[in-house]
Design a protein around this ligand. Structure first.
Ligand SMILES: Cc1cc2nc3c(=O)[nH]c(=O)nc-3n(C[C@H](O)[C@H](O)[C@H](O)COP(=O)(O)O)c2cc1C
Length: 417
């Protein structure tokens, strides 16, 4: 504009203040190990997954990440979580946010449970005990799988203070299951998690293509794999052999065992049978309908897990999150309703709690951590989940999980991209 003086602001310069300069220097050197560096830089579980991919052979990574057939089930679950919109309240005093939950009489710091996963020592040589140690350090629940590579006794000895649940497959010979249950009882596992979505094994095409075998076999391609991931192979060869540890000493090969662990003739009467054999709580994992949830509630179970096994069994079943509100409405007053599948962030966990779940189970999220960097990697995954979960509680104006559930969430329309 004409007539106005042209203003130019200049900064006044001083002699450099070296004391101040020195005070703002961060003297901590970046981690030299690429493994540690990747862990400390990770901001999401996806970052940990990228790091994991670099550390283990493809066959191992694919075994963890893969699902059945077209892998649509797990993708739909992930998409459902991203469609959730939180209800939020403003101007609540969120100076103190309490993310703890009491599950079967035990108070835990987060409503996040370590799901049972078989063969964990394939992902990292310390395996189940490393994961359980993180559960203990963070006051969380760890679930040991029937197909664990660490036995119930070994786990209890390695991490005596962890809240521990045991996952059971009803084996073809029911007496065999009793021998496994006995180990869980003798080693103070509090809850039995009965997995029922595996009458037969899911068809995991990545594993077929990669020629996955347990234990890993040496072929020509293995030699290339060793060259690319020498540390993983070194750990495999220099630590205890990989086995289904709960069956140690049984006169059966791994292949024979794998064939008898899944039982195609499992029915609701097995739940009644188990009720008589196990004094503690029973949770049935793999529920995919309201009708089955009601049936199990009538049989006196203490909880159910809405789950499609992370999409690793039936591919195109219902999306657990989408049936959660209806299931909670039908049975939530009588039993605890848990959920799992594709929970990769604290926001995902928050979504499930807001839609009525008692707690969530996570599988792959912690397996990415253990593959990337062992116990430190799992610790980082929990740090990320906790940070995002607590932050979301504060930003939605909720101080307790009860308030989170009351405030609720909506799953946005299916048609949007
Ligand atoms: C590598 C792997 C192994 C698993 N092994 C078992 C198992 O032995 N028993 C079981 O009940 N579920 C098993 N599951 C399923 C998990 O308990 C859980 O239902 C699933 O991982 C949840 O989905 P998410 O991985 O997307 O969190 C396994 C899952 C993965 C990824």
């Amino acid at each position: 504009m004409k007539g106005k003086p042209h203003l130019m602001i200049k900064s006044k310069r001083n002699f450099p203040d070296f004391k101040y300069f020195y005070s703002i220097i961060e003297w901590k050197l970046p981690a030299i190990s690429p493994r540690k560096r990747a862990t400390s830089k990770a901001q999401t579980v996806a970052d940990m997954a990228s790091a994991a991919k670099k550390r283990v052979p493809k066959v191992v990574f694919d075994y963890v990440e893969g699902s059945a057939l077209d892998e649509i089930g797990s993708a739909r679950s992930a998409a459902a979580y991203s469609r959730v919109q939180f209800n939020s309240k403003i101007m609540r005093d969120v100076t103190t946010v309490d993310s703890s939950e009491t599950i079967f009489g035990k108070k835990v710091d987060l409503p996040i449970i370590f799901a049972p996963t078989g063969y964990t020592r394939l992902m990292h040589h310390v395996g189940e005990s490393a994961v359980a140690a993180v559960a203990a350090n963070n006051n969380l629940i760890y679930t040991l799988s029937t197909m664990g590579t660490t036995s119930p006794a070994e786990l209890a000895a390695a991490v005596p203070h962890v809240h521990r649940w045991f996952q059971l497959y009803v084996m073809q010979n029911r007496e065999d299951s009793l021998a496994i249950i006995k180990q869980a009882r003798e080693n103070n596992f509090q809850v039995l998690v009965l997995t029922v979505d595996t009458p037969v094994s899911g068809l995991r095409l990545r594993d077929f293509r990669n020629g996955l075998t347990i234990p890993p076999r040496i072929r020509l391609t293995t030699v290339f794999s060793i060259a690319r991931k020498p540390i993983w192979w070194l750990n495999l060869f220099t630590t205890k052999k990989l086995e289904f540890a709960a069956f140690r000493g049984w006169d059966k090969s791994l292949v024979e065992l794998a064939a008898t662990i899944f039982s195609p003739n499992i029915t609701f009467t097995d739940v009644e049978w188990l009720r008589k054999e196990w004094e503690g709580q029973i949770i049935v994992k793999g529920v995919q309908s309201v009708a089955d949830a009601i049936e199990l509630t009538k049989l006196g179970v203490d909880g159910i897990v809405l789950s499609n096994h992370g999409g690793r069994q039936l591919d195109r079943g219902p999306v657990p999150l989408e049936i959660l509100p209806e299931v909670v409405k039908a049975v939530g007053k009588k039993v605890d309703v848990f959920i799992d599948g594709s929970i990769m962030s604290g926001q995902d966990a928050y979504a499930a709690i807001a839609l009525g779940a008692k707690a969530v189970l996570v599988g792959r999220a912690y397996l990415y951590g253990v593959m990337a960097d062992g116990e430190r990697g799992v610790e980082k995954v929990i740090e990320i989940l906790r940070r995002d979960f607590v932050n979301t509680m504060a930003l939605t104006g909720n101080r307790t999980l009860k308030e989170v559930r009351e405030s609720g969430a909506v799953i946005r329309s299916m048609v949007e991209k």
